[in-house]
Each structure stands twice: as C-alpha cells, then as structure tokens.
Design a protein around this ligand. Structure first.
Ligand code: ARG
Length: 461
C-alpha cells in the first residue's frame, strides 16, 4: 500500500513524471469553493437518507465549513502531491476531523464530483458574463441615443455604400450582444442538471437522493443517465462556443475602433485612459485595448477548438483527457471578461468627430441609391433601369470629380431628360438617412426609438 488516497493496491510510489503530468491542483484549485459546496450538499443528503450517521455528518460539515473559510481567506495549503482539488479538500478534512472524513466519499466518485464542481463554476461564470454583457449593451445604447442623428458612411466591402447613422451602427452591436446573451442563457439552462450521484459511471447501490442534492445546489434536476453525467463536457463546449461567437462580435467592433481611430479615418478618438503611446514615436496614440480584444478572440476560439479535439475521440465514460477541460476554459473566461470590460470602457469614453464622419458619409457617391430610388418614385422607372441611369450619372460626376449634389441639373438631364430640380432633395446625406424609415432602418427617428427601447429594457433587469 502506498500513501496515496487510492494507494490500496499499489506497492511502489508513482514516478515523478507521472506526478508532473497528472497533477491538476495548480489550476483546479479554482474549483475549491464549488468542491466544498458540492460536498456539503452530498453529506447532508447522506445523513438524511441514513447512509451515514448524524454525528459523522455533523463532523464532516463542520470540517468542510472550516475548509471553506480557509480557502476564502487564502489560508488553505494546496499540495501538489495530492493531485487535485478533490483530494486536497478530502485530505484536509481528514486532518481536521479524523477518520469520519473517509465517509464523505460514500456513493460518490471524483468523476461525478468534478462534473458537478465544474458545472457550478461555469454556471456562476455565465451569470457574471450576462451581467457584463448587459452593461456593455447599456454603454452602447446610451451612446447610440446621443449619436442617433450623427451621419457616417455605411460600408459594404469596406467601400462607401450608403449613409447611415453612428447610433444605428452602435445598435447593431446591441442586437448581436442580445443574441450572445441568449446563447449563454441557453447553455446555462442545459447545463443546469446535477451529475452528483452518478458516481464513477454506473450509479450507486446506496439509497441516495439525487433530487435533494440537485435542489441544494440550485440545479433544476438530476441528470438522467449516469454514463452521460460523467463523460460529457458539452456544457463546456457550449459555453466556449457562445464565448467564441460573442468574442468574434467584440473583435469586429474592436477592428472598427482600430480603423476609425487612424488619422486617415479619424471618426472617433479613444480617451487617454484607453490609449497607449509609443516608446519611439512621440505622436503615437495606439488603440492597444481594441487590438487586444481582437487578439484575445484568437485564444478564446482556440480554447473551443482545443476542447472539441480533446472530446472527439473519447469512448464513454470518464477518461483523464477530460482534465484538460479546465485550463483553456478558465483562460477563455478570464480573457473574455477583460474584453467585455475593455469594450465598455472604450465606448463610454470615446469621442466622436461628427463633422468628419458626416463629410466622409458624402464621399464615394453614397447617395447614388437615393438618386435611383428617386427615379423610380418620380418617373416610375423600373429599378433596374433607374440603377443604370444613375450609374451613368455617377460616371459623369466621377469624371469631373464632383459629388452628385454638385452636378448641374442639365448634365443629369442629358442622361435622363425627365429629371427635375426636385432630385436635389434626396442627394444630401441627412436627407438620405432621414428617408430610411422602414422598420429596422437607419433613420434617426428609428434609431432614437430603438435606443430608448433598449435603455428601458436594460433598466428593467
Ligand atoms: N482531476 C480530475 C479531473 O479534473 C478529477 C477526476 C478524476 N477522476 C479519476 N477517476 N481520475 O478530471
């Protein structure tokens, strides 16, 4: 017998290399609070069902509460020799209360234990993420209301397409984040079942009450299949997927911030609080936070990829490969939280150069579609023909290097004689955005309405 908790049938100690590859306490110590919570629920159930005595349960509970305090206050000594968080807690319990500690693991395995702990951890993390994303939505919606009438170029292919308002652009991200929150909420609802009591893989012969532990831990119900309970990590995959998608949204916005803060665009400026300088070029104001949001999205996507690859070849039930679920997830969660906070900070502090944006909105014949629409409305041209006529007019304007609104009426009439003075009423960028009143369109009055709707909705929670 060796000194390991599981050492009954072992004659010699483990190799140092095995210890090095096997140990997880360096990272799974984060699960300390969840591990204690799970054990407290388990021991209460063991006592209520008469599986262990009330005295032993009381001693175990007392010991676990002390351990919880030690962990919270940073006084707990984690030992690498004890492999993981579960054995660290159990072994400390034995130090504190003696042999009764050995009864805690009745009708339980580390397999259902780690699945329970990690679900609890991820569930808490999702709740934090939801609050953070709501705050980012609030920052965006507030800014959107301020910028509801600020005209900027709308792009497709990063070429000037049609004027839009900056508020409309910001609200696009509010919508994306709403769907992100929905994905996290879906993941949370599906993960919210208790694997505790699945034991190693087959369930247990002890008369446990899984409903009771599930309820005590805030789970909606116990999982229905013991093999599934200990062998799947789809709750991790789903959370990482939601995170990867959301990070991708943040990354696109971060890219836009990087672009818009260049002196070539100069649509917006970040505050000093969110800008760094260069050690050699004194003029530089670098958008490092935005670049890092964009960059960190890579590792978040990587965590999802890594976990998919870890899981794809595993036969049921538990395999130690699954211990690889934690580091990438913790890292992704930490970095995602930083990204969301950085985006909210940058947006709240950002200043907007409205005249510059407005001027850029008019460049590149951005109101050409308005001209085509006018030809359809005023002259009843089929849209395809209007498109063609407009294209010729744009061609002439481009040859002369003037905007559409600067082209003399007679010149336009050379292309289409029925065009009247009234055409100029649609060629300005303000007129253009104001006319986009279709539901979901960029008209300032729409944007104001949508921003107010979001602000009201976000205040409710
Ligand atoms: N540290 C392990 C993990 O994170 C706990 C479960 C170990 N179970 C086992 N049978 N070795 O996956």
């Amino acid at each position: 017998m060796t000194s390991k908790i599981w050492g009954g049938r072992f004659q010699s100690a483990t190799d140092a290399i095995l210890e090095a590859i096997n140990v997880s306490i360096d990272f799974d110590k984060r699960l300390g609070p969840q591990d204690v919570r799970g054990s407290l629920a388990h021991v209460a159930m063991l006592a209520e069902t008469g599986i262990i005595s009330a005295e032993d349960a009381a001693a175990i509970t007392r010991g676990l509460e002390q351990i919880r305090g030690e962990i919270e206050e940073g006084r707990f000594t984690f030992s690498r020799a004890l492999e993981d968080i579960h054995m660290n807690v159990e072994s400390r319990l034995a130090e504190l209360i003696g042999p009764a500690a050995g009864r805690l693991h009745t009708a339980r395995s580390r397999n259902d234990q780690v699945a329970t702990d990690f679900r609890l951890y991820v569930r808490d993390a999702i709740d934090d993420i939801d609050a953070q994303l709501a705050d980012l939505q609030l920052a965006l919606a507030e800014k959107a209301l301020e910028e509801a009438g600020s005209v900027m170029p709308g792009f497709t292919h990063l070429q000037s397409a049609q004027p839009v308002t900056f508020g409309h652009h910001l609200l696009a991200y509010v919508e994306m984040l709403a769907r992100d929150r929905g994905r996290f909420a879906d993941a949370r609802a599906r993960l919210n079942e208790s694997p505790l009591g699945a034991a190693a893989l087959a369930g247990t012969s002890f008369p446990i009450d899984r409903e009771k532990t599930a309820k005590a831990l805030g789970f909606a119900r116990p999982t229905a299949n013991s093999l599934d309970s200990v062998s799947d990590r789809d709750f991790v995959l789903e959370t990482l997927s939601a995170m990867a998608i959301s990070a991708t949204h943040l990354s696109r916005f971060a890219e836009e911030i990087v672009l818009w803060t260049t002196s070539q665009f100069a649509f917006v400026a970040l505050s000093d609080k969110f800008t760094t300088g260069s050690s050699i070029m004194p003029q530089k104001r670098n958008p490092d936070a935005a670049e890092l949001v964009r960059g960190k999205t890579g590792r978040i996507i990587g965590a999802l990829q890594a976990m998919l690859v870890v899981m794809k070849g595993l036969p049921l039930a538990y395999s130690k490969d699954m211990q690889e679920d934690k580091e990438g997830t913790f890292d992704a969660l930490d970095n995602f939280a930083l990204c969301v906070a950085a985006m909210a900070g940058m947006i709240r502090d950002m200043s907007v150069d409205r005249p510059r944006m407005r001027k850029a909105a008019g460049a590149g014949y951005a109101t050409a579609t308005d001209l085509a629409d006018w030809l359809v409305r005023a002259l009843n041209l089929p849209f395809r023909e209007a498109h063609h006529v407009t294209g010729r007019i744009v061609g002439i304007a481009a040859e002369r290097s003037v905007g559409l609104e600067k082209l003399p009426l007679e010149t336009m009439q050379e292309v289409e004689p029925r065009i009247t003075e009234d055409v100029f009423s649609v060629l300005g960028v303000e007129k253009s955005v104001k006319s986009r009143v279709s539901y979901g369109g960029t008209a300032p009055e729409n944007v104001r309405k949508q921003a107010r709707r979001w602000l009201k909705h976000l205040a409710k929670k």
